[in-house]
Design a protein around this ligand. Sequence first.
Ligand SMILES: Nc1ncnc2c1ncn2[C@@H]1O[C@H](COP(=O)(O)OP(=O)(O)OP(=O)(O)O)[C@@H](O)[C@H]1O
Ligand SMILES: O=P(O)(O)OC[C@H]1O[C@](O)(CO)[C@@H](O)[C@@H]1O
Ligand SMILES: [Mg+2]
Length: 729
Amino acid sequence: MTSGGDAQGMNAAVRAIVRAGIHAGVEVFAVQEGWQGAIEGGEQIVQLNWSDVSGILPKGGTMIGTARSPEFRTREGQLTAVENLIERGIDRLIVIGGDGSLSGSRELCLAWPGLVQELVAAGRLTPEAAAAHPRVAIVGLVGSIDNDMVGTDMTIGTDSALHRITDAIDAISSTAESHRRTFIVEVMGRRCGYLALMSAIAGGADYTFLPESPPRDGWEDRMVDVLGRGRAAGRRDSVIVVAEGAADRDGEPITAERVQQVLLDRTGEEARITILGHVQRGGTPSAYDRWMATACGVEAVHQVLDAGETDEPMLVGMRRDHVVSVPLLQAVEDTHRVADYIAEGDFDAAIEARGVGFTTMVDIYRVLSEATPTVTAVAPARRVAIMHAGALAPGMNQLARVAVRSGLDRGFEMVAVQGGVPGLVEGALREVGWSDVEGMANTGGADFGTRRYVPTEAELYQMARSLEDHRIDALLVMGGFHAYATVDLMERERKRYTAFSIPIAVLPASIDNNLPGWPMSVGSDTALNTVVDAIDMVRMSASASKRAFVVETMGRGCGFLPLMGAIAGGAEKAYLPETGISLEQLTADVAALVDSFESGRSFYLTVMGEDASEHYTGEVIARLFEAEGRGLYSVRQAVIGHMQQGGVPSPFDRINATRLAYLAIANLDGQLASGTSNIVAASSSAEGMFGPWRVVTEDMDWEAQRPLDEWWMRLRPVFAQLSRRPGQE
Ligand SMILES: Nc1ncnc2c1ncn2[C@@H]1O[C@H](COP(=O)(O)OP(=O)(O)OP(=O)(O)O)[C@@H](O)[C@H]1O
Ligand SMILES: O=P(O)(O)OC[C@H]1O[C@](O)(CO)[C@@H](O)[C@@H]1O
Ligand SMILES: [Mg+2]
């Protein structure tokens, strides 16, 4: 069942549940139109088969319909729903919905035995039927753009909604800049400020109002001051993001109109208002919402089938890169507690209850949205250099922007290395100020330059000289494999070159997602979205004919892009560099391919990594497929290519970059203050998110240029279940 407001990615969950259910050997039914459908019964409860969920992955909304059902809140509504479910022999239920729908599920779970008794007493249910279904097993998946559920880091739909919002803010910024205007953008989220906060960060907005953190009295003057200073520092536009549930400390709503009036009264400027509304809930799901909903859907099936008589209902969600399950009751109660804190005016507790990620981002936003540094560098200020290294990754500009601004805000002089490692060798360093990084929040590319280059022995000496000449006290390196390889050399040569004995922080930025310590390197989410967009287009291009496609992604020795692209794009087959390609496997795959066209398929999609095999290249595989089809279908190859490195960074990459760069500078600051000179790298398991170099890089396979432990390889069984019917090899 899907219930509550629809959310992009609900279809991915439905598809995964149906197919994983079929693999588990059970019959899967859809309760259409949410709880309302359970009350209506009859044709609202329908069985779904394998092919019923074909082709729904790229579609927004939910194919089984959703609703908000006031009737379900009543005893009679719940009685009828239980009656209808038991009539179909259904006592295991996966509900995909928001906090409301899951609260309702929990209520039903608690009330079920009583409801069953009442139905028997009223003669609406036979004692035998009641005895066969004494309890209901419920598993919840959170489908809501609001991301307002405690117990999961992300809810299905939130990432897609952020895509819609950041696209809109990017578009508004350009017209605002042209007219030197202020725009007030209202975003959804009910009583949760997640969408507003993250879109303000991703869009580089100047000011934001969140329900969890109502502004202190006098906010009107502060807002006008911040905007005014921004303009004085050269900004041509101002963007204010208002969450629909924002209010002041007296609980008086802060609406877009109210903000507009404040600006008119105090500055005479007539700001424009854009209310994004339901656009945020529409459109194709992002890559994240597709793979995340898919992975959670498969897990939900296992949970609901394994649930024993007395087991409590569970919620399946995400904790970092892990699919996790937590007791639904606890999650619902914790979620309601946030609302209570807000109602009681305990805003610190409200923010804290949203989780550490939210709290950190609120702090970071406060620094970044300032128009100028809050402190002035006092001579002799510490000098911190930043450098990109390796291939270009979308989000590098955001990294540079956040590093520069948070460094300046801590009183450092910030120095940018121009052109990556060769720039450091040549001594191409320049000081950068607050406004030098203006507008870099949402652009692709790397304005300070980057190169795929590892220094030679002699160049290490020159690098050390550059660091000394420019009196660099600490260094932040942001990039891919070459960044890590360069710093590894520097670490080994620290005895020889004392200039390297400064605090150094390294963070991952690469579309390949092939670096240890951090689950998603900056740029990899953007590239994955590009892959998925390309697959969607390829699929459409083939819709009028019988065709097999072989799509090739980048990623070098790392299979992240091909596997995740295959899961999110709904492919039939994926070839990864980790596992290679054998003739034996190809033979089996060709047989499966021919068989599927013979049994009526009209499209077959294979996704492969560029380095999956030295010999069986995309072209070879495409020819092989063509030859064996004997005219039954045609085969085309699509190499996605450098589009994957280009592109405007996705909201996730902008947010990920913001957190990483901020925490890296915080680490360097801490080291400079305490007098240590450690080399650290981003590490999701370390305190402060940066851990010792040697420890983090223990997980690096330098030869294969990828981590030894790749978390997403755990999703291979998920992919295997969804891409092939049981019995198909
Ligand atoms: N306490 C409750 N008891 C019984 N049913 C409930 C309860 N709360 C919500 N529901 C049911 O869940 C439905 C959806 O709830 P709601 O409108 O809050 O949306 P949601 O699931 O939170 O999704 P979203 O917020 O993303 O739109 C309600 O219309 C109602 O049928
Ligand atoms: O679609 P409706 O019923 O107008 O509800 C809008 C609400 O639903 C959501 O989109 C999802 O909960 C909220 O952000 C918004 O407040
Ligand atoms: Mg809700």
